[in-house]
Design a protein around this ligand. Structure first.
Ligand code: XMP
Length: 330
């Protein structure tokens, strides 16, 4: 059955058995909607919603699902590789991988205004995806990982939900939408993802903003600072996982501001970047408290950053809650 809205009396999907029943029902619904030959195109970011949507579509129509993973160069370390490994290698999905790093970084060069950065990243993403879509003339359906809170938020005027809205007219009018997780809350999407066999690191992934590391490389993005953000973030995530904090702390990441401070390296003055560690807990991102990260863990992360990330001479720990701070730096 294809639902337009979440039924008022719908049972919350919290168990593997309920997830299986949902999957079965949606597989039938997808097959009925797209027919025996219909093809579906999907932008697969590797986030929870698009990954679960892709896995469901894959279960229903196999290689008639064409997923496009756009690497905007602002993804976390290992993310594009994980999408390829899980979907192309493990699940045998028909996956188009586009490394558009240079395109994005060229457009972003010298741009320091956060909203302009967001706009450039969003617009360029649509350009890259639309270019891929235009190459696939025989595809009539567009899959989307819209979830129920997206719909509620756009109805309440809080935020326009990110999906097809931004696409150019020629693309929009060509496609019929397929949205198989549209009536689910986030915890239900995770439950369904787990039942579909997606790895925990994908299903229980912490929230990650669309503009990615771009808003954590404060000010105008440069490749060296972006690398410092990516490498320090990877160290932070690895050490949090080893300490059992993965999945327990709501969101944790590193930030590199666009100014240097004085330090000493090999007896000589060096003006290098600083890495800020941020770890917060929240229910819905409207407010946040800081995670009290154990001191020994902070020192271990500091030591690894100094050893493994070049161009960094200072590591700081952010004590700010939301409000007055926001979670991201820009
Ligand atoms: P703030 O910084 O506003 O962040 O306290 C609240 C939550 O939203 C995420 N965030 C974004 N997500 N696009 C996104 O998709 C964005 O431009 C964006 N900015 C912030 C942030 O990571 C946090 O979870």
């Amino acid at each position: 059955m294809i639902y337009d809205r979440r039924p008022d009396d719908m049972v919350r999907i919290t168990t593997p058995a309920l997830a299986e029943a949902y999957i079965e029902e949606q597989v039938e619904a997808i097959r009925a909607q797209v027919g025996p030959d219909g093809k579906v195109l999907l932008a697969l970011s590797g986030g929870v919603d698009s990954s679960v949507c892709a896995a469901l579509l894959l279960r229903a129509i196999g290689d008639r699902l064409i997923s496009v993973h756009v690497n905007h160069g602002l993804l976390r370390k290992g993310e594009p590789e994980q999408v390829i490994e899980v979907f192309r290698d493990r699940l045998q999905a028909n996956l188009i991988y586009v490394d558009a790093t240079d395109r994005f970084l060229d457009k972003l060069a010298g741009v320091s205004d956060p909203e302009e950065k967001r706009h450039i990243i969003g617009a360029e993403f649509i350009n890259v995806f639309a270019e891929e879509a235009r190459k696939l003339e025989d595809v009539a359906f567009l899959g989307q990982g819209t979830i129920w809170p997206d719909i509620l938020e756009s109805e309440a005027g809080i935020k326009a939900h990110h999906n097809a809205g931004g696409l150019p007219e020629d693309i929009k009018e060509r496609f019929e939408l397929v949205e198989p997780v549209k009536i689910l809350f986030k915890d239900e999407v995770r439950c369904v993802g787990k039942a579909l066999g997606l790895p925990d690191s994908m299903v229980y992934r912490q929230p990650f903003p669309g503009p990615g590391l771009g808003v954590r490389c404060v000010g105008a993005i440069t490749r060296d600072r972006l690398e410092a953000v990516r490498e320090s973030d990877a160290i932070l995530r690895e050490e949090f996982a080893k300490a059992g904090l993965q999945g327990k702390v709501w969101q944790y990441f590193t930030v590199v501001p666009d100014f240097t401070s004085t330090g000493i390296k090999d007896g000589k003055r060096c003006d290098d970047w600083m890495v800020i560690i941020r770890a917060v807990n929240s229910l819905d991102a409207t407010s946040a408290t800081i995670e009290e990260v154990p001191y020994w863990l902070l020192l271990k992360i500091r030591d690894r950053i100094f050893r493994e990330v070049s161009g960094v001479n200072r590591v700081l720990y952010d004590l700010s809650c939301k409000e007055p701070a926001t979670i991201e730096y820009e």
